[in-house]
Design a protein around this ligand. Structure first.
Ligand code: SF4
Ligand code: MG
Length: 465
């Protein structure tokens, strides 16, 4: 998901709509905005579909006045899949000291246990979303102000959370102690912005100030500026390495590094680790493009756009059902026959999850007359599900959970298949010595099976580490 918030500018909701539009790649099912105006109070709008199709209507935006607003774009990883407007964030709560709204990116790994406990104690849940726990925990806190209630609530929550929240006067941002999901601070005119990624600061002309640190809470007012707290026990950070590979936008800056440059470097590492003789390096667009550029540069093999992406389709992976995802490949990608015919082609993609995309693409490339097909994948084999906010399927559906690299190659029936190693990936994100065995610098659980936070709800349901 993507989260965004602004305080201290006129008609903040318009800025939030723009920010959410720039974060649409993080969630395309639905979006929502809550705004507060001193005269009009809190107002909200939650809609299915793209930001541009909903939050551009002047009649809707007029209902969201005020200098303070937050928003969310949704990609369902927890709670019900597909259509339920009650699951669309931000969530709102009314407390004795006033209202508050929250927007959450990540996944709470003890949400089911918390929900059960809260319901037994009288909380009335409105949605099936894990994020709603935060509001109910806040309601039960005895603290006198909302930021402190949030601290209380979030100390009970396990897993990944980057939260943007608001009261009548304050914009609040928090990252979980491991900092699994991103969150950044920007300055916009006399006001401030919080965003999942820097690319959404650019669109509103905000200046990137800094990242919110893992475990940090910032409380921001238009007049008072940014107050910083560290309410959690300090731990070694575990940022999601897959944000670098796929999830974030290539024009964002993460940890002081350009995401594009990291992806290009992954391609360079791949070309060193798994060279192959061929005539053409071809990306699977868009997610494989920067790595293919790096691969072509390092190998000296010409780069070409052998596959064209229909720009009117969204991200296939984020489609919630398998059927739509299956269809999606052909709706979204087509082969440029003139370029592919009789060539030995290296296809570079970011990841192989179920193998659906790779299989379809291989067929399309062979149909177009390619002489050989070699896959090079910009992440290690995805062998474990993510419980921290990326919707990987159950373990059984992950190709790499049950097959070796050679078995996957046969399954996809390609001439060769190679994944970047974990160490190669760490080098590409700037860790010159690779992955630390004693304390890995990132979360890489979907590749390594080493989960930095015990996924307790899943273990309760029988998941085996
Ligand atoms: Fe990211 Fe993978 Fe960790 Fe999930 S399991 S947070 S996708 S690195
Ligand atoms: Mg892709």
């Amino acid at each position: 998901c993507g989260v965004f918030g602004v305080v201290g500018v006129a008609d903040a909701a318009n800025f939030v709509a723009l920010g959410l539009h720039a974060l649409q790649h993080r969630g395309q099912e639905a979006g929502g905005i809550v705004a507060h105006d001193p005269e009009d109070g809190f107002n909200s709008a939650r809609r299915f579909g793209y930001v541009r199709d909903n939050f551009t209507s002047q009649s809707l935006m007029k209902t969201l006045p005020g200098p303070l607003a937050i928003g969310h774009v949704r990609y369902s990883t927890a709670g019900s899949k597909g259509a339920a407007i009650r699951d669309v964030q931000p969530f709102f709560g009314e407390f004795s000291m006033g209202g508050a709204a929250i927007a959450h990116n990540g996944n709470i790994t003890n949400a089911e246990a918390l929900r059960k406990e809260l319901i037994e104690r009288g909380s009335i849940f409105q949605s099936s979303s894990d994020s709603e726990c935060i509001i109910h925990l806040m309601a039960r806190s005895l603290q006198r102000n909302i930021p402190e209630r949030m601290e209380d609530a979030l100390r009970r929550v396990e897993g990944a959370f980057s939260v943007v929240a608001m009261t009548r006067t304050k914009l609040i941002g928090v990252r979980d102690p491991l900092g699994v999901r991103p969150l950044v601070l920007g300055k916009v005119g006399d006001g401030w912005a919080l965003s999942s990624e820097t690319c959404a600061l650019d669109i509103i002309g905000a200046e990137f100030v800094r990242e919110i640190a893992p475990g940090e809470m910032v409380v921001i007012t238009a007049e008072g500026g940014v107050e910083s707290h560290f309410p959690f026990r300090q731990q070694a950070s575990k940022f999601c390495i897959f944000e670098h590979v796929y999830f974030s936008r290539p024009d964002s800056i993460i940890g002081g590094r350009s995401v594009y440059e990291t992806r290009r470097q992954i391609g360079v590492e791949l070309a060193r680790e798994a060279p192959v003789e061929a005539d053409l390096v071809c990306p699977v667009p868009d997610s494989g493009t920067p790595a293919a550029i790096g691969f072509a540069h390092e190998s000296g093999i010409p780069f070409g756009l052998g596959i064209t992406r229909n720009q009117y389709m969204g991200r296939t992976f984020i489609e919630p059902t398998e059927q739509i995802r299956n269809m999606g490949v052909r709706l979204k990608l087509n082969v440029n026959r003139a370029l592919i015919k009789d060539k030995r082609v290296i296809l570079v993609d970011d990841s192989v999850v179920r193998g659906t995309t790779s299989r379809k693409i291989k067929e399309m490339i062979l149909d177009a007359g390619a002489a050989e097909v070699h896959f090079r994948i910009a992440s290690p084999p995805t062998a474990w599900p993510c419980f921290y906010g990326v919707d990987t399927p159950q373990r059984e559906k992950l190709l790499a959970a049950t097959m070796s690299e050679e078995e996957m190659r046969k399954h996809l029936s390609v001439d060769s298949l190679k994944f970047i190693t974990l160490d190669g990936l760490y080098r590409a994100v700037g860790e010159a010595d690779g992955r630390s065995k004693s304390c890995p610098q990132y979360c890489d659980a979907c590749f390594s099976g080493e989960y930095p936070v015990v996924p307790s709800d899943m273990i309760e349901k029988g998941f085996q580490l």
